[in-house]
Every structure is written in structure tokens, then in C-alpha cells.
Design a protein around this ligand. Sequence first.
Ligand SMILES: Cc1cc2nc3c(=O)[nH]c(=O)nc-3n(C[C@H](O)[C@H](O)[C@H](O)COP(=O)(O)O)c2cc1C
Length: 380
Amino acid sequence: MTGVLTPSDYIAVAATSAGINAAARPCRIGPFQLASPAMQAGLAGYSDMAMRVVARRRGCPYAVTEALLDRVIITGGRGREKRSILCLTDHPVAGQIMGSEPQEMAQAARILLESGFDVIDLNFACPVKKVMGRCRGGYLLSDPDEAIRIMRAVRAVVPGPLTMKLRRALDESSEAAENFDRIFGEAVALEFAAMAVHGRTVEQKYTGKADWEFLRTVKARYPGMTLFGSGDVFTAQDAVRMYHSTGVDGVWIARGAIGNPWIFREFAALMAGRPALDPPTIYEQRDGLMEHFALAVEIYGEEQAARQMRKIGIKYSRLHPQGADVWRAFIAVKSQAHWDSVLDRYYSCDGPGRAGESVPDAQDLYKDTSCESHAESTAC
Ligand SMILES: Cc1cc2nc3c(=O)[nH]c(=O)nc-3n(C[C@H](O)[C@H](O)[C@H](O)COP(=O)(O)O)c2cc1C
């Protein structure tokens, strides 16, 4: 299943898979024109190859890895195994790097490119305490000189598309707003291919509402830069609203896609002016769960896949009419046999699915992911 495509292959794949959506403005990331203006967001502990491929099969044209620590990429720790797993259908894909030292970031970028990633994405957004304490992620929004040194060092070794994920500022101060402008302006000068902006400050973490008006002003100020908007996109309808109300070129779908890869096909349908789709049927959900598990086994082996999929299964459960029971069944999963028995019990009779009523809360997701400890070694 592993393999590397050339850029022209990806363009062909992207153009033929879903058809360029006439209702949308063209959404380009360097040489890649996306069939639909949405992407699978970077999500620590979730957006591995399995999640990305399951999403792509349901209309997602582009995806980014979770934040990978530069040092781990260089020294070949846990992140290295993950990044080495790319497959033919997982393109175009961005490898997201997080770090604090310009030359290490550049070296990590080079390694990811050699491994077959199409786009390099810099994480200047992560608000996790340990990440900030090590001058990585969202911290860099408080140190524009260092941020710019990193951007230039990485640019020097990445001839192709380079992108960045950032938040709208470190905090609400005017100094923080100026720092954002300097960093964004430098990205324009260095010809970054796209920017993804989360409409919360780093200080906010996940509290309060994402500021979509901020996204609108950024797009108006930098009309030539491909801009992805992030924050509070929980349903396909939210994604359409963000797209039209802010003028962003694409929507970065994060929590809304965990356990609901069908959000991408629904978004594409709404963007094409078609009526809202029914929620995925029980059989469609079963197929998604089976695919996700099989891909997770490819990455982690059976035992670890069962642990990983337990936290994913509970997110899928919100689309099931007996959601609470399914949630309880998935949370107890310890093996593939156990996983299969949950599918046999709850997914062997077809029927209508339920529209996902609530999206996973960020704090719960971080708990599931043990993000704080990940931040030490692998990812944000
Ligand atoms: C559990 C979790 C892990 C995340 N990991 C990453 C990451 O590795 N890289 C990244 O750029 N953003 C990461 N984010 C931020 C999301 O991509 C997104 O910007 C944020 O959740 C706001 O979008 P939403 O409100 O629609 O979920 C993470 C968010 C959550 C909840």
C-alpha cells in the first residue's frame, strides 16, 4: 500500500475524484487544486494515516498530520514511525512540524520531504503548556524574531509548498496583534502556499468562541494568500457558513471530523447546492469503522490499534441511534475480537443513522490523547 506519487498524479487524483466544485472558488495549495475547499485538520492523537484515508474516501481532498516534534523526526523516535507511514491514497498530504530551533526545524522538513510528504506545515499554534514552555507551537506568536528565523530556515530547504498553522494571536494585547501581522507578512514575503488560522488566541485555548470576523479581515488584507479558517466547525453547515461569511479559501475541519468522516461528503453536497444529506446509515457507519480499524492495525498492530480505536469508536457512537449504549461498548474494547463483537451487536442491522448532536469537547479529546505527555516526545 505504501508508495510515492508525483505532483501531477495528485492533481489528476484530486481533479477526478470528486470533480471541481463549481460553487466554490478555486482552492489551491501550491500545485494542488482541491476538489472541495475543505481539509482534514491536524489533530494530535487522531489525524494519523487511518483517519486521513477514511476521510479522503468520503470526500476530503487534503489532510495534515498531527504536529510532529522536529527532534523526534530527526532522531527517529515515535514520530518517525508515524511519518514513515504514507500510502498511495493519502495525497496530497502535509507533514506538520513543531519545534523551536531553526536548523532543527529545517532538517526535519527535509526529512519529511524525502519521505514523500507533499507539503510542509509549521505549527505556531499549539497552546499546550509543555509545548509553550519549550518555546514551541503557540509560543512562537510571542517571539516573531525567532518565528521568522524558523520560517526562513525552513523556506531555504523546502522548494515546494510550505504552509503554516497559527492562532489569531497570543492574547488580546496590541503587541500580540502586531506579532501576528509580522509573522503573516513574512509568510507572504516568503511565498508560503497557504495559511491556516484558528480564530482563538493561544491564551484562550479552547474556551470562548472562535472569532470568524478576524478570519474575514485577514482574507480581505491578504487576498492573494490561500487562507484556511479554523475554529468551531462542528457540522457541514458550520463549514459552509464559515466559507461564505468569511471569504476564506477553505475550511480546516477538526473536532467536527472526529468520528464523523461523512462531514466531508456532506460539505461537498451543500457547497454544490444540493440538499443536506441524511446522516450515514448504520451499514455506512459499520464500513467506516471497519476501514478505520483495519488501517489502524496496519499502522500500530492489533493490540495498539484496539487501544487507539477505543477512543475513536466512542466518537463514532454519536451517529448511532443507541449512542449511549454503543459508547459504553466501545469504551471497554481491548482487542480486535472485542471490537468485532461491538460491531456485530450494534451494527449488523441496517437503519438510519442519527445526526451527530454534540461534538467532542477539546478537553476530553486531549485527555484521550494524553496530549501533555505526547508533547514531550511526539506531537502536540
Ligand atoms: C485533541 C486536539 C488535538 C489537536 N492537535 C492539533 C495538531 O496536532 N496540529 C494542529 O495544527 N492543530 C491541532 N489542534 C487544533 C485543531 O486542528 C483546530 O485548529 C481546533 O480544534 C479548532 O477547530 P474546531 O473548533 O473546529 O475543533 C488540535 C485540537 C484538538 C482538540
